[in-house]
Design a protein around this ligand. Structure first.
Ligand SMILES: *Cc1c(COP(=O)(O)O)cnc(C)c1O
Length: 403
């Protein structure tokens, strides 16, 4: 007998044993022809679902022209996307990356350089929050400060001070002469869809202004329309000095960006940062195509309406199953169910009903449909959730009789 073949990939992911062949809108189909309703959207990435004809056409057209030129040359697709992102936000300047971690890495570097060129090189520390997730590079891991992700990777990158979530007093105490910035996700994604109250975001803005700190938002997960506004921070009428985006802007193509005001970006002079692939023509084409649709009149309203339909449906369901779910978290189509039983059991039961969802911290199940989801698909998802919950409670009832 042959020795079993070594699994050729790093063992870093516990992958679900499903192999999808193709996708269409909110649906994924396996080789065997089984159809799943995809409420993961590749973890808030597939803004317009799978195989959107407009994105396919844009990509195919660009693919026959130029794939890659590096940042040696002017790239009109980059300037166009940057201009549009700035026009849709507080920002004046953009740096393109290939991922969320790189976008946040750039945000951190931008904040440190700002104080450096202002003659305050000692100001390099950044305040972050418990439950945060900013990526898997060494610096963004240090910013996230989650022990389980840091263990065994050598000394933690210096300069990050983590404070509890939602405690303004402790936050103020943590600010020192070395503090450069405050970094926060307006809605914690991996942390369990915890919403930062509008008042808190406004308090952070005031604090940064008073103490000459930069405010950095991580909108890698909550940005690009997920909550029904282009940026989640718009709900709080608050703007940062720097924001990182990724996930949704590429609609499935690897793309991220760091956006900043001209003032905040002033330290990022010639040669201070770079990326070989960042802003690649294929990525820029898709980013522009995603914006064509997301910025269309009525699109973000559709997200809000679908978010409300989802939330209302969920609250009716969870009223009947308080022993499965205790509350609904998040906003818009960045919605979560805080579970009473292990969230992994809930996700498995939903998968059994051919509905795909994602786990998050705090025992949450994330429900992340594509932003162009149809109302009848939301209803379909809700009835699958109801069926799964019925089955879970029947099983629980049986188990308690056996006991
Ligand atoms: C996913 C995520 C990141 C990291 O993005 P990658 O593309 O995986 O590097 C950073 N911040 C937030 C809030 C995220 O959700």
């Amino acid at each position: 007998m042959n020795a079993p073949k070594e699994y050729p990939l790093f063992d870093t992911f516990a992958r679900i044993d499903l192999r999808f062949e193709y996708g269409s809108g909110a649906w994924l189909t396996t080789k065997e022809g089984e159809r799943y309703l995809d409420f993961t959207s590749g973890i808030a990435v597939n803004t317009l679902g799978h195989a959107h004809p407009y994105l396919i056409k844009a990509l195919q057209k660009q693919a026959s022209k130029i794939w890659h030129i590096s940042n040696l040359f002017e790239n009109p697709l980059q300037t166009k996307l940057a201009e549009r992102l700035c026009a849709a936000s507080f920002a004046d300047k953009v740096f393109f990356t290939n991922s969320g971690a790189e976008a946040m890495e750039c945000a951190i570097k931008t904040a440190r350089r700002y104080h450096h060129v202002n003659g305050n090189p000692k100001r390099f520390r950044i305040i972050t929050f418990e439950g945060a997730f900013h990526g898997r590079t060494l610096a963004t891991l240090a910013a996230s400060s989650q022990e389980k992700y840091l263990e065994g990777f050598g000394p933690k990158v210096q300069g990050f001070d983590q404070v509890p979530f939602g405690n303004n007093e402790t936050l103020l105490e943590a600010i020192t002469e070395e503090t450069a910035a405050i970094l926060i996700e307006p809605i914690q994604g991996e942390g369990g869809l915890r919403l930062v109250p509008a008042k808190t975001l406004q308090f952070l803005r005031r604090t940064c202004d008073e103490k000459a700190l930069l405010l950095i938002f991580d909108e890698v997960q909550c940005g690009i329309g997920r909550t029904g506004r282009f940026f989640a921070c718009e709900w709080a009428n608050t703007t940062p000095d720097i924001v990182g985006i990724a996930k949704g802007i590429g609609g499935g193509f690897p793309l991220g960006a760091c956006l900043a005001t001209a003032e905040a970006a002033k330290g990022m002079a010639l040669g201070t940062h770079g990326s070989t692939f960042g802003g690649n023509p294929l990525a820029m084409t898709i980013g522009n195509a995603v914006l064509d649709i997301v910025l269309e009149a009525g699109f973000l309203d559709h997200v809000s309406i679908m978010g409300n339909v989802l939330k209302q449906g969920l609250s009716i369901i969870i009223d009947h199953y308080p022993d499965i779910v205790s509350s609904i978290e998040g906003s818009g189509l960045l919605t979560g169910l805080k579970c009473v039983i292990p969230n992994t059991n809930v996700i498995a039961a939903l998968q059994n009903e051919k509905l795909l969802t994602v786990s998050a911290g705090g025992n949450v199940v994330r429900i992340l449909p594509p932003l162009n989801i149809k109302q009848k698909e939301i209803q379909d998802g809700l009835s699958r959730i109801e069926k799964a919950f019925e089955r879970i409670s029947r099983q629980n009832a049986r188990n308690s009789i056996i006991k």
